[in-house]
Design a protein around this ligand. Structure first.
Ligand SMILES: [Zn+2]
Length: 205
């Protein structure tokens, strides 16, 4: 099992997401992990989407095994002010992921429903890349719509210890739900143990 979402290189392999353009060199150099190039929704201010679009194409061509991310939308109070710019960056990332046939690593705090709309629209247009929803904490009805689009999910300690964890995760097929440490490598063993409990409860509807 590998780590499906972190920004800190770890010993379990997996996906290492960058958060700013200046971070791409660092993740590209990390050994034993799959680098992902992107601009996190928290850091879109001050970056130029046109430049990022161009550079993403270049870097994804240079690194044929790299993914795209972290990208997504964050509508929490601290970040809602940049939502319109976040949307522009999200489309830049999804477009690059689609053209290069890479997975897009998505953040969706307080924005899962809008994210779903955007992905569904791309599915209709035939331009939807593979997507991973990290720190997934939406209700199962919403998960089902994302599952129909082929999405996979990753969850960590924060999600798995939530009182609604079983209700949210036990009906997601095991080949679509994966562990993440999200910068807390010390949580790895407990995350796997908690995920195993949820998976053992898996019930098909
Ligand atoms: Zn992250």
């Amino acid at each position: 099992m590998q780590d499906y979402h972190t920004h800190v290189p770890g010993t379990h392999g997996g996906y290492l997401c960058s958060v700013t353009r200046a971070d791409w060199e660092r993740v590209a150099r990390a050994e034993g992990m799959e680098p992902c190039f992107g601009v996190h929704p928290w850091y879109v201010e001050g970056e130029d989407p046109t430049v990022i679009a161009f550079e993403l194409d270049e870097w994804l061509s240079r690194y044929p095994k790299a993914g795209v991310g972290e990208t997504g939308l964050d509508a929490t109070a601290a970040h809602v002010g940049t939502l319109s710019l976040q949307r522009v960056f999200l489309q830049v990332h999804l477009g690059a992921a689609f053209r290069h046939e890479r997975m897009a690593h998505l953040h969706g705090a307080h924005a899962w429903t809008e994210l779903l709309d955007i992905l569904q629209q791309r599915a209709r247009n035939g331009t939807l890349p593979k997507v991973l929803l990290h720190a997934w904490n939406g209700p199962h009805e919403l998960a089902r719509s994302f599952l129909e689009l082929g999405a996979i999910f990753s969850v960590g300690m924060r999600e798995l210890t939530h009182p609604k964890a079983r209700e949210r995760y036990a009906r997601i097929p095991i080949d679509r739900l994966f562990p993440e440490t999200d910068d807390h490598p010390e949580n790895w063993e407990r995350t796997l143990a908690l995920l195993a409990v949820i998976r053992a409860d898996f019930s098909r509807e």
